[in-house]
Design a protein. Sequence first.
Length: 86
Amino acid sequence: MDNHLIHMANDIATFHQSYPEDEATQMVAEHINKNWAPSMRQKLFEEFHDHPTVFNNLIGKSLLQINCEKYNPIKTRFREKDGTGG
């Protein structure tokens, strides 16, 4: 488990918690998209998949808006489910 990455993600979410949930979710995703390398974003998805309970709820809600070209199983799952095909 990458405790440092988990701690960083949770700190970002905690910082934005005072905003309305939709706005906070967007802000968390924007921060991670702008400031984290693709490899860090990929690791975030892997860590969330393996240890979802250690993350702030805003992280889980932000994952649909976080860009990761190599790996985003959450987006794929929703695309397959709603029939858009990606």
